[in-house]
Write a protein that binds this ligand. Sequence first.
Ligand code: CTP
Length: 416
Amino acid sequence: MTASHRIVLIVSGGIAAYKSLELIRRLRERGVAVRCVLTKGGAEFVTPLSLAALSEDKVYTDLFSLTDEFEMGHIQLSRQADLIVVAPASADILAKMTAGLADDIATTVLLATDKPVMVAPAMNVRMWDHPATQDNLATLKRRGVRVIGPDEGPMACGEFGYGRLSEPETIAAAILDALKKDTAPKRPLLAGRSALVTSGPTHEPIDPVRYIANRSSGKQGHAIAAALAAQGAQVTLVSGPTRLDDPAGVETIRVESAQEMLDACRKVLPVDVAVFAAAVADWRVEQAADSKLKKQDGSAPPTLSLTENPDILKTVSSAPKDRPALVVGFAAETGSVVEKAIAKRGRKGCDWIVANDVSTGSGTFGGEDNQVHLITPEGAEEWPRLSKAEVAERLADRIAAHFASETDKPVLIQKG
Ligand code: CTP
């Protein structure tokens, strides 16, 4: 078989190492050549022979000899690969990667490589939750390491929680996706298109010093604005109050309230695509006070009377004039995510919905990761757990692909 892509798969220690066999099978089926490195810990759970049989290649083990170094040095190993994948990635190997240790062939390859690296962690839930592991993960992500999973569920140790290796199919899909992206020509596929993105929370005033808000960090919306701009789109970001810097190459309009956000969005229209990622407050105080509310001895606290805010997504989706060709909404749901998001798509009148389950810890406000479903008229797709930047890139790619397939549609609006 002529392989279209090559990866180095590092199998580290842990009960989930057996799943690496299935991963190799799935990758080989898709024409990916896999060269395995097995750590000493990994070799306690799978044999070099089974990896060699499935990968149809030599396996490099921790017991590496001078012959291995002679035939294929660690630099050579990574040079010939498009991607280095660690699956399963134990807490130990993640710590070593963070510290830059190189005390065996696996860590030496990881330190010597200039290729993209992906890790699929698997460990006991307490090890996963430990601040040391979480800090290591944050550092690795900052260095550009892609992280797949772990999943939540019952574990071999009898506990329940995050730490299960993602399913081989999910890891294989993420690898394929990364390989496609890394080798794809970097063409700005949205050049000439205009985009509007909303992001962050809104602040609804109670009086000049107090307001109602929510915990949205704006990370996902800002990442989407940046990803669309990276694809060449002319992007305007309408953002509620956040601590984030304005994304480079994006015109950013800062607003406070839902009403201000709607007014700003209206001014930005027409655009080709609008993505509504803001966590807009559903209600505002009916009559915000002009001056600071004062406590008065003995009198009851003030009662806030709320009124509904305009629904920006719905307003833009149903605009008789200037409706963007593609309107994408977000949905934060708890339970039955797909069903609720499909219903929300109908209610709001948008084209796509990016939905996440905020009850599982994924996509929590302020977090770094997001596990979403993309709802389109064609159906629902489950995406693996990704960083918010990766979700944004993937969404921008999908938007670009959508416009590429719609080129026969005659009128596409170009912004002034
Ligand atoms: N949205 C909006 N304007 C609002 C409320 C929501 O533009 N006033 C947008 C959000 O930016 C998001 C989508 O609508 O893209 C869904 O937001 P969500 O809060 O999940 O929906 P709600 O309509 O508030 O529904 P519910 O909270 O009842 O699920």
